[in-house]
Each structure stands twice: as structure tokens, then as C-alpha cells.
Design a protein around this ligand. Sequence first.
Ligand SMILES: [Cu+2]
Length: 178
Amino acid sequence: MQQIAWLLSLALMIMVAGGFAFVALNSGRRAPDYTPLQVRGYRIRTRLFWVLLAVLVPAMIYNLRDLPYSAGLARINASGAPPLVIEAKGFQWRWELSRNQIPTGQPVEFRVTSADVNHGFAIYDPEMHVVAQTQAMPGYTNKLNYTFAKAGTYKVLCLEYCGVAHHNMMTEIKVGDL
Ligand SMILES: [Cu+2]
């Protein structure tokens, strides 16, 4: 399903990019009756476009580096150990985990789902930084792999507004020597 969604998105993105490329390639000829002021305006606009591109693309890459999506997956593959499976279910408005104590350095596979509406399953480290997250969706199980390298008390919070007591959706995971 995710593979199909990705391929479909890719096809649509290529079509949109093709549209832009077509317009760009056919916009080279200027009408002859432009005033010198208009020509200057267009030149400034072109320069501004490249300046923005040069600034925004590196800024975007810099900002996206810390997204926690696949960091855990990379670590679990490196270790080669079979993951500890933890069932995680979201309810309005609480979390249910099949266990909440994990040995340090143990690769974990969370199987995340929901009993009612969409929730956001987000794991925060003891310093309250998000280290891994996925959607908790009714009728669907998302797998989230993460290895808890640091001991401490982690928190699971809901990242998607799911009703009046959304802010109460919190549970803890204790990571340490068991
Ligand atoms: Cu919520």
C-alpha cells in the first residue's frame, strides 16, 4: 500500500515537474515591446529566484536532517539482533503498551495501532526530544523500530490532536538494566 502511494506520488511529481519544465523551456522568447524598465524588472526577478534557491535549498536540507523517521531502523539493521516486539495501542485518551520496561541497547519494534481515531505515537527521550514517531491508525499497524541506547525514563505522547483530552495521552517507558 505504501509502495503504491509512493509510486503514485512519484508519477504525479514527475508530471508536475514536466509541466514546469515545459513552461520554462517555452518562455525564453520575450515580447519585443517590453520597455527597458520591464526588462530590468525581469532580470532582477531572475536573480532573486536564484538567490532564493541558493539560500532555501541548503536551509531545507539542514532542517530535514534531524527528522526521526528512519534513524532507529538504520541502527537496528546495524546490530543484527532480533527486535523485541511491543504492541502499542492508542485510545481516546491513553496509550496501552504490552510492556514498558526495556533493557538498554535492545532493538525494539513497536507495532502501533489505534482503537478509535488517528493518534500520533511519539517517543520522547529523557530530555524531551522526539527520537521516533509514527501514526497510530485504526485498522492498520505501523511498525516503528528504535534502539534505546541511553537509559532513563522516556515518554510516549500523542502528536495528533484527537479530542478534548488529547493532552492527557501520556505513558512512560523505563529503559535501563533489568
Ligand atoms: Cu492526540
